[in-house]
Design a protein around this ligand. Structure first.
Ligand code: SF4
Length: 187
């Protein structure tokens, strides 16, 4: 299997209940030869309708954060922990994450990035579990954002999800500061 075959599998996947309510399952996008992979939680409603990543309100903020950090979307790979829209933007359930993360595992294997940037709580918790990093209580994950950790020859860098700025615009400067560090993580 290669990453193109993986994308085809994601597009036709019916492995969990979310396939019934989605319009499109969303594959990762970007550069397959990059050293930097960004992992968000799941597609939003507009992404579900259009079949592309980060094109809704959060996507506009995401693009602004990247642009200000001098990161080109085509130079990185961006994907989701869960590939289908979660109705009413609810949180993913444990079994949905378990089912869908098999695709993320393959993406990480194929791309083999030096840097994994996790966007928000769910992606961060998943990657911390995968790499046996010490997981704090849920209400303390916020303390991890902007800190770099090392695991199995990779740098793990949690940041806030761009959606956080939709609800707390005053946090944009702080969050931007963390995104500004991403390119500097590369050895
Ligand atoms: Fe398949 Fe993942 Fe979509 Fe569930 S969320 S149907 S596992 S692609």
């Amino acid at each position: 299997m290669d990453i193109n075959e993986l994308c085809r599998m994601i597009k036709s996947c019916t492995n969990c209940r979310l396939h019934k309510s989605r319009k499109n399952s969303i594959t990762g996008e970007g550069n397959f030869n990059t050293e930097i992979i960004l992992i968000a939680q799941a597609p939003g409603k507009i992404e579900d309708s259009e079949g592309k990543m980060f094109i809704g309100p959060s996507g506009k903020i995401f693009n602004r954060l990247l642009q200000n950090a001098e990161i080109q979307r085509q130079d990185i790979y961006v994907t989701n922990l869960v590939k289908c829209y979660l109705p009413k933007c609810r949180r993913p359930s444990k079994d949905e994450i378990e089912q869908c993360s098999a695709f993320l595992e393959k993406e990480i294997e194929f791309i083999n990035p030096q840097v994994i940037v996790t966007l928000g709580f769910h992606a961060t918790r998943y990657i911390f579990k995968k790499y046996n990093l010490k997981r704090p209580p849920k209400n303390e994950y916020k303390n991890l954002f902007g800190k770099q950790l090392y695991a199995k020859n990779r740098i793990i860098f949690p940041v806030r999800h761009p959606t956080a700025i939709l609800f707390n615009p005053e946090k944009e400067q702080l969050i931007q500061g963390n995104y500004n560090k991403i390119l500097k993580l590369l050895p």
